[in-house]
Design a protein around this ligand. Structure first.
Ligand code: NAD
Length: 416
């Protein structure tokens, strides 16, 4: 596959929206950069007594609409450009669903498979201490992303609390329930993906309960989206993780697969009663709906014209390159963009933060109903903008988001 620079990709998407909005050049230049980028190099004493140095990042893209919010990614490919692109997408995501945050992202360049649990804990506690300069419950609130989970969030909450001298549950979201986590948070991104899928099916006149669905990535987002698609009556014909995928045209037993193989690189490929399929072949499968829920840069100029699904709902961040977007649009495919489709995670993180600040917790139905309402409302606004501007859903979502951020910036004025 061709090499993708995700930051370039994010900037191209901004440029398209800026053109539609006739955005002021100076403001465009501000929004194309991150407000703050922190790079930290820090040591961890490994189990064998040796010292290893790790590089980590926290990038805050924009604070016009509120404190910044965004996940922490532990992956060996993480770098400053990727983290900056992801922070920028978080700004648009929060704006498109209209929650009062700017975007941030962070990460550490690390292969977590090579760490023991104790090493992972030490790395996390040291990393959060290093970036404590810029994060905090009123300024920048991290959450899980690839390679991190509720346990990692619990260590972060404990570290921040130890340093503050009192418990600070609102400093991070995606925590375990008994530490101030929210009902529904673990499933929220996948749930939002399926709410978006339902709305998109209405637009296309598809009946989700008779659709064949392929899901790339069987981690937090993909495994929940696959289960909820199955609950809605759809046939999930293929799923995959980093080790490869499986295909059965008659449908896969998603709940059984979830019990046995979910999690990071859980090895769905080991399931019998299904044919092995590569991650690239999965994308090109004969199916109605494709849910890319793994990593960025999956639908590119190399494979976009072979995609058969009518509807692509982006669970992952940045799975489609701008050239692929154009090819898919020319072929009449509907792509529900990441900043809308996977916003369920940050919406429920917002609910978690509000609950933590108030020390007042909601029931799961309340969380899911409010999430669904926000997602359907945002989808409707994006679809209306798409029809009005006769453009694609990504550009429409970007128009709404950039306009909201630009408006907040100009209303506040440029300091001093
Ligand atoms: P995760 O670590 O739980 O799962 C990632 C899944 O993708 C795993 O099954 C992994 O094996 C698979 N994978 C990794 N590399 C792959 C490759 N090259 N080909 C195919 N599969 C591969 O991560 P997650 O939280 O589910 O995040 C998945 C995507 O969704 C990411 O792009 C993330 O930024 C995005 N996202 C996550 C959330 C959230 O709340 N977790 C919210 C919004 C967006």
């Amino acid at each position: 596959m061709s090499e993708i620079n995700v930051l370039e990709m994010a900037r191209q998407q901004l440029a398209v929206a800026a053109k539609y909005l006739d955005l002021d050049e100076g403001l465009h230049a501000v929004l194309a950069q991150a407000k703050r980028q922190l790079v930290v190099n820090f040591p961890v004493v490994m189990d064998d007594g040796t010292v290893q140095c790790f590089q980590g990042y926290r990038v805050q893209h924009n604070t016009s609409r509120g404190p910044t919010k965004g996940g922490l990614r532990y992956h060996f490919d993480v770098d400053l450009d990727e983290t900056t692109a992801l922070a920028m997408w978080m700004t648009w995501k929060c704006a498109v669903v209209n929650i009062p945050y700017g975007g941030a992202k962070g990460g550490v360049r690390v292969n977590t498979k090579k760490l023991s649990k104790r090493e992972l804990e030490k790395l996390t506690r040291r990393f959060i201490t290093e970036i404590n300069l810029v994060v905090g419950e009123r300024s920048d609130i991290p959450a899980p992303d690839i390679g991190t989970n509720p346990q990692v969030m619990a260590w972060i909450m404990d570290t921040v609390s130890m340093q503050a001298g009192y418990t600070v549950p609102g400093c991070v979201t995606g925590k375990p329930l008994d530490l101030g986590g929210s009902e529904g948070r673990v499933e929220a991104t996948g749930r939002g993906v399926i709410v978006s899928t339902e709305e998109a099916c209405k637009v296309l006149g598809l009946d989700l309960s008779s659709c064949r669905v392929a899901v790339q990535g069987f981690g937090n987002v993909g495994s929940v989206a696959a289960q909820l698609a199955e609950d809605a009556g759809a046939k999930v014909v293929a799923v995959s993780d980093a080790t490869g995928g499986i295909y059965n045209p008659n449908g896969l037993p998603i709940r059984e697969l979830y019990q046995r193989y979910s999690g990071i690189d859980g090895g769905v490929r080991n399931h019998k009663d299904a044919d092995p399929i590569s991650n690239s072949d999965l994308l090109e499968l004969d199916c109605d709906i494709l849910l890319p829920c793994a990593i960025q840069g999956q639908l590119t100029e190399d494979n976009a014209d072979r995609i058969k699904a009518k509807l692509i709902v982006e669970g992952a961040n940045g799975p489609t390159t701008p050239i692929a977007d154009q090819i898919l649009a020319d072929k009449g495919k509907l792509v529900v963009p990441d900043i809308l489709a996977n916003a369920g995670g940050v919406v429920t993180s917002y609910f978690e933060w509000v609950q933590d600040l108030q020390n007042f917790f909601w029931e799961e139905d309340q969380v899911n109903d409010r999430l669904s309402k926000i997602m359907r409302h945002a989808f409707g606004a994006v679809h209306e903008t798409q029809s009005r501007h006769k453009t694609d859903m990504r550009t429409a979502a970007m128009i709404i988001a950039v306009q909201r951020v630009a408006h907040a910036t100009t209303s506040r004025g440029i300091f001093p």
